[in-house]
Ligand binder design. Structure first.
Ligand SMILES: [Zn+2]
Length: 57
């Protein structure tokens, strides 16, 4: 068993492993939010998804 299963950031304030959030990462211990939305915004995703439809149901 290894602890390197995935690269999960730690809270800079309390060291708790942070949780994935839509805007970045969130610490459930001290409610610190690492906002990476600006970085995500820099990544331009293609509007046309070349693949099977995921709109099931
Ligand atoms: Zn924290």
């Amino acid at each position: 068993m290894g602890d390197l299963d995935g690269v999960q950031p730690h809270c800079p304030h309390c060291g708790t492993v942070m949780i994935d959030d839509r805007r970045g990462f969130w610490c459930e211990n001290c409610q610190h939010l690492e906002d990476h939305s600006a970085e995500f915004d820099a990544v331009v995703l293609p509007t046309e998804f070349d693949g099977p439809s995921i709109q099931g149901g």
